[in-house]
Design a protein. Structure first.
Length: 384
């Protein structure tokens, strides 16, 4: 039997009539819109209590009653979110509540938008965007684009690289090793980009199966950054087809957009597991991080299974509703202070029962990692 969270108990004492029990107060809460809106505000301001409150509700109400209660709650919650949405001046104002606002809703509301701040190592926004342009125009990126285009036509690939005939293209292990080696040969050499008399060292971090490009960028002062960018950003939308293409790129699993939405959500809620994300721009679909220092989790010699890596190592992210599906150990490091950091959030999911999606404003994060935490473990709490 789950106990009522202490913070909720204290909140109820301030709101309920003297003779009401906490359970009766909560059961009747949705019949009073003013009280219900106040409750939603409490839930939003205490996101780590979300699932604990829901579990308590599920114990004081039978399933059919809880279903009706949640239906009423959803209407009040929808009203609350729309009020916050109307008052929001920047994306961070709403992103702290839930991370899955759709790119089209955000752009309709805020236009081309940024999250976070560009570090002073890159000068002003104009110089930073010049750096992004030069990286995209580099020989390394052109080589990468050529390789990606050849992947779509195996016969052309064989003409350019006949050694491909020596492997089984449909064996994922052989394919990975072949493409990784080839991409490193064509794109792995560091190069330099000069902007406003400042020289930046750039190296493409080859991943043959990612939907985005990832670079390490060393600033003139020696600070290391990680830059993740969409291969073909659409910076000027002139047709409906271009809009659809841009939106589909953004909501694809493990895209710069989906990564940055979840990471800024965690950062705004002060989650200790989030990487040091610095800036995201919707214009270029680029996200920038300070490179984390620490020991790769796989080097620590312990094998973590799907459930325990989330439930044990990433407990605070789970409390905030973020569940990691791509649990490949290179995606995590342990810092010198002993903290586990998610350096590649990948194909994560978001689910908090009392901060739901809103029709017209939100979407569901995609997942191409082949496994889903919520499908595997969330279903276990459902009745037959």
């Amino acid at each position: 039997m789950s106990k009522i969270p202490e913070q909720l108990s204290q909140w109820i004492k301030q709101k309920k009539k003297s003779k009401q029990s906490p359970s009766d107060f909560l059961i009747n809460l949705t019949d009073d819109e003013k009280q219900a809106l106040s409750f939603v505000d409490f839930v939003v301001k205490n996101p780590r209590l979300n699932k604990r409150i829901y579990r308590f509700l599920s114990q004081i109400m039978p399933p059919k009653s809880l279903s009706l209660w949640m239906k009423k709650y959803a209407l009040i919650y929808d009203k609350y979110i729309h009020q916050k949405w109307e008052k929001a001046k920047k994306a961070e104002d709403v992103l702290k509540i839930i991370p899955n606002f759709s790119p089209w809703a955000l752009k309709d509301k805020f236009g081309q938008f940024d999250l976070g701040k560009i570090p002073t190592d890159f000068g002003d926004k104009k110089n930073y965007f010049k750096l992004l342009d030069k990286i995209r125009q580099s020989e390394v990126v052109q080589n990468y684009k050529q390789l990606k285009s050849l992947e779509n036509n195996l016969k052309d690939f064989e003409k350019h690289y006949p050694e491909i005939k020596k492997i089984n293209w449909f064996d994922i292990g052989q394919r990975t090793r072949f493409l990784s080696k080839l991409m490193f040969e064509k794109t792995g050499r560091p190069f330099f980009v000069k902007i406003a008399q400042q020289k930046y060292k750039v190296q493409f971090l080859c991943n043959p199966f990612s939907c985005k490009m990832v670079f390490e960028v060393i600033s003139p002062k020696g600070q290391a950054y990680i830059l993740k960018m969409t291969l073909n950003p659409i910076t000027e939308i002139l047709t409906d087809d271009q809009r659809k293409e841009m939106e589909n790129q953004a909501i694809r699993a493990d895209s710069p957009f989906t990564n940055s939405m979840m990471e800024f959500y965690l950062k705004l809620n002060k989650c200790p597991h989030v990487c040091d994300i610095q800036h995201y721009t919707s214009l270029y679909e680029v996200v920038l991080y300070k490179k984390e220092k620490g020991t790769p989790l796989f080097a620590l010699g312990k094998v973590w299974d799907f459930y325990n890596l989330n439930n044990t190592l990433l407990k605070d992210a789970n409390r905030l509703g973020i569940y990691i599906n791509d649990v490949s150990l290179p995606n995590f490091i342990k810092t010198d202070k002993g903290q586990i950091k998610i350096i590649d959030i990948g194909h994560a999911s978001f689910a908090n029962p009392l901060t739901q999606g809103i029709p017209g404003l939100t979407f569901t994060f995609g997942n191409l990692s082949g496994q889903d935490y919520l499908t595997h473990f969330g279903v276990l709490s459902m009745e037959d």
